[in-house]
Design a binder for this molecule. Structure first.
Ligand code: ANZ
Length: 867
């Protein structure tokens, strides 16, 4: 019944016949029914005084193809949630669906006229819910949310209004990424190597008026607060976020332009090299370039236009790659260097991007490779201003003089050798400034500080930062999303839909043409589009766009705190109690977008005074991918091991345990290597151990086999830190070891009546609950208990049983045994000798004799010879 043949072979052996009566599926059904009835995993309310933990798995998109990748994610979530419950915490572990988005809409389009994305969406959600119940996840089912419910998306609209009030939501006309296939705009984040992340079509630029969220206002905080997450988030994710925000520190420098009243500002990370600027370059697709060309000769205007046409067909990535020939057009215009008055020719070239910095650069070919390549291609001057052969550490070197007091300049032959104009290699390293007036002799760092001071004093520049991060484009020209709650009045104003009119519900899809055509399908809902100006009552139009679904997921973790509250997005009191999320678990594919947006919205809500924390997810666990035939499981590749069918065969517990055992959480798992057979055998063994126990629950554990007790207690002691370090596979391995040790005592030791056997079986059930909760519950019942093992408190290990094994060491003096010591079997020779010398009995025997020689054989013998 499993999706592909390779997998059914793996499982073919013993999944059909329950091993010795162990029927994983029957046990699974029995306990699911009991959980459904008792609802034991609901988070405790206000009266609950236990400490709290908020555990959250990234909520699923309701596509129809749940597979082992999902199983992995939600298995890990459940390990963490169940663990904290055993540790005495009041755990919140909710589930919901990220249910707006294109696949539902595309399915509806395929279904022909009259199809509604709602049907597809809610049908799939129902299927998911069933699967998650079958998986035995310990969710609080009272808080389910779907982002496509008006009860949810009204709060997206509320959030939009709050951003709008704070000038954080705005509309602008600018070139956007446009997917010609999906006929919608894409956020920068959704363009991968110049292609649409979703459908792979080549993305083009199109000028459109769109809604944006001003995430750039938060760039510094988004960057700086990453420091708080160090050690709690995977370092790779932190690095990716830092790169995405891409803060560069430098200066803005104003250049006069001949024949233009306004100055042009450029951003540079190397203002120290200002004296080495020999030309200026502007982005051909910037307004500035168009304006400069327009003010030039007819020939320039023509050449510029041709060039622009060519440039517009290229992606930003292509434009910036260093290994392609440089192209550009001289605009026959000139800028003036503010520090030395030099005239700098202005060029338009595609390696300068319109939307980074100010879309213009001062070109310093000696010290910037792209500028150098350009200068060499167009025969422009190169002037070295940093001598990278001069030492920079320590004080400025004392310049020696000859007898006549004439300075002996260091040989600059080496500098000549590395002259960029000749070698074609820009000097990007540190060194001493030359050819730079008053900056001469300074190191790069000092020169940057000095030149910024000079520019500031002259009013021609200032310290500045620049970011790679762009504002978040949130309008989408699609149907299945949150309607943007704005009204376009007849006289051209744009006003918010008043809060009391929210939610602004989506119209019925019936009769609407959902096919992508460049404008939002909502525009075709003629009646829906008609509204009135809330101020004047005059007829007005709605906004036809919907929001990017990343808006939905940017704050959903807060909605779970009161998912059914019709009066507010979330109560601050609940946020104080539960948030931020203690453990957030999901795929690394969300390392940038989703996490960045959620971090941004969290900071906005903090600024609004609604929450008292600034980071949404205190710790983040990224699981690896589940691969089959070497690639990520996905429906389109046809390499799925389906979730639904594997819940029956081999069953949820087997799947979960096999996954947890397959390797470290963050590693990819090859499904071919996952042994569901092994997991099943292990669970059957554990269950049989519980069945074999013959002692009563009140038996005195102390009387049990000490060796087995030690294995049990060591696991009780070690498992918590292993779980906290997400070493789930090690915990499963240790459980296997415990089950084997127990079996040995049953079969060949003191037998099933030994108290240590019961103790071990009970500990096994409690810890196994993290991985195989149905089996664990069954064991617990077999062991004679009524309640759910999932709610049992973690047993404290007995410290005495954690002490390492001890041995008796003998101490001899001149060949005669004079004392014994009880010591650790792992004691070192030095330690043993020291203990022997300090022992009271040994000292008495020695009297005033002195030890001349000591021979130590740890851990058993210390032999002293006296003088
Ligand atoms: C002069 C200079 C001299 C520069 C030098 C670098 C080295 P990051 O680190 O990526 O922020 N730049 C500025 N705006 C640009 C644009 N719109 N398109 C392409 N390049 C642009 O890089 C900042 C540097 O990239 C800036 O510093 C500028 O070149 C260039 F030895 O100014 B620099």
């Amino acid at each position: 019944m499993i999706g592909t043949s390779s997998v059914s072979q793996i499982n073919a052996t013993d999944t059909d016949a329950p091993a010795d009566g162990f029927d994983a599926y029957a046990i699974q059904q029995k306990w699911q029914a009991r959980w459904a009835e008792a609802d034991p995993f609901r988070a405790g309310g206000e009266e609950d005084t236990r400490p709290r933990k908020y555990v959250l798995g990234m909520f699923p998109y309701p596509s129809g193809d749940l597979h082992m990748g999902h199983a992995e994610n939600y298995a890990y979530v459940d390990v963490v949630a169940r663990f904290w419950r055993h540790r005495g915490y009041n755990v919140l572990n909710p589930i919901g669906w990220d249910s707006f988005g294109l696949p539902a809409e595309n399915a509806a389009i395929k279904g022909g006229a009259g199809s509604d994305p709602r049907e597809w969406t809610y049908r799939n959600i129902d299927q998911h819910k069933k699967s998650f119940r079958e998986f035995g996840s310990s969710y609080d089912w009272s808080r389910v949310l779907h982002t496509s419910d008006p009860e949810y998306y009204r709060w997206n609209q509320w959030l939009f209004q709050r951003l709008y009030e704070r000038d954080l939501a705005y509309r602008k006309d600018s070139p956007v990424n446009w997917c010609p296939n999906d006929q919608t705009v894409l956020a920068n984040e959704q363009v991968v190597d110049g292609h649409c992340e979703r459908c792979g079509a080549e993305v083009v630029k199109k000028k459109l008026t769109q809604w944006y969220f001003k995430i750039t206002d938060y760039a510094d905080r988004l960057l700086d607060d990453l420091n708080q997450l160090e050690g709690f988030w995977p370092s790779k994710v932190i690095r990716m976020q830092r790169n995405w925000i891409g803060r560069s520190v430098g200066a803005d420098i104003d250049f006069e332009i001949e024949g233009r009243a306004e100055k042009v500002t450029v951003f540079s990370t190397r203002p120290d090299t200002l004296h080495g600027a020999t030309f200026m370059v502007v982005a051909p697709d910037s307004d500035l370039a168009a304006e400069l060309a327009a003010g030039s000769t007819a020939e320039v205007r023509m050449r510029f236009q041709d060039y622009l046409d060519q440039v517009q067909r290229q992606s930003d990535i292509e434009r910036q790659s260093t290994d392609r020939p440089k192209t550009g057009v001289f605009l026959d215009r000139f800028a003036v260097n503010p520090v030395n008055g030099e005239r700098l020719p202005i060029w338009a070239a595609d390696y300068v991007l319109a939307d980074y910095g100010h879309g213009a650069v001062m070109a310093v070919p000696a010290h910037d490779q792209r500028d150098l390549d350009f200068a060499r291609a167009f025969d422009l001057p190169v002037r070295t201003v940093v001598d990278t052969t001069a030492p920079v550490t320590g004080a400025i070197p004392v310049i020696e003089t000859d007898e006549d007091g004439v300075p002996i300049l260091p040989e600059d032959e080496s500098l000549e050798e590395i002259d960029p104009a000749r070698t074609g290699i820009a000097l990007t390293g540190d060194g001493r400034m030359i050819n730079s007036g008053t900056l001469d002799g300074l190191s790069k760092r000092h020169a940057i500080t000095r030149v910024i001071e000079q520019l500031e004093a002259a009013g021609t520049g200032r310290a500045a930062k620049s970011y790679r991060l762009r504002d978040w484009l949130i309008s989408r020209q699609r149907f299945w999303g949150t309607p943007i709650p704005m009204i376009h009045t007849q006289d051209g104003r744009i006003v918010p839909v008043p809060d009391e009119q929210l939610p602004l519900r989506l119209p019925d899809a019936t009769g609407l043409d959902l096919k992508p055509k460049g404008t939002s399908p909502l525009g075709g809902a003629t009646e829906w589009m008609q509204t009135t100006d809330p101020e004047t009552g005059e007829p007005a139009l709605r906004d036809a766009d919907t929001m990017d679904t990343f808006v939905d997921s940017s704050w959903y973790f807060l909605r779970f705190l009161a998912a059914n509250d019709p009066t507010q997005a979330f109560p601050s009191s609940e946020a104080d109690r539960w948030a931020p999320v203690d453990s957030y678990i999901g795929g690394v594919e969300h390392a940038i977008l989703h996490l960045l947006y959620a971090r941004f919205i969290t900071k906005v809500l903090y600024d609004m005074g609604l929450i008292d924390f600034t980071e949404p997810f205190s710790s983040l666990i990224n699981q690896g991918m589940v691969l089959l035939d070497g690639s990520k499981m996905s429906k389109s590749k046809g390499n799925l091991v389906e979730f639904a069918s594997s819940m029956m065969d081999p069953g949820a517990d087997v799947v979960r345990t096999a996954i947890a055992f397959a390797g470290p959480v963050e590693d990819d798992i090859n499904w071919e290597d996952v042994s569901t057979t092994g997991a099943q055998k292990f669970l059957a063994r554990a269950w049989r151990v519980a069945k074999d126990v013959t002692s009563d629950p009140d038996v005195l554990w102390k009387t049990g086999d000490p060796a087995l007790r030690r294995v049990t207690h060591r696991l009780l002691a070690d498992a918590p830190s292993l779980v906290e370090q997400t070493k789930f596979n090690v915990v499963v391995a240790r459980l296997m070891e415990l089950v084997n040790a127990t079996r040995k005592v049953i079969d060949s030791g003191a037998g099933p009546a030994d108290a240590a056997v019961r103790e071990a079986a009970e500990a096994t059930a409690m810890i196994l609950d993290l991985f195989a909760p149905h089996t664990a519950e069954e064991m617990w019942e077999v062991l004679g208990y009524d309640g759910f093992v999932g709610l049992v408190a973690w047993r404290s290990p007995d410290p005495l049983l954690l002490v390492e094994e001890s041995v008796t060491a003998v101490v001899q003096i001149d060949g005669k045994v004079r004392g014994t010591l009880t010591v650790s079997a792992k004691i070192s020779a030095d330690e043993l000798e020291a203990l022997a010398r300090a022992d009271e009995k040994v000292r008495r025997s020695l009297g005033d004799r002195e030890i001349a020689r000591a021979v130590v054989r740890a851990p058993k013998v210390v032999s002293f010879t006296t003088a």
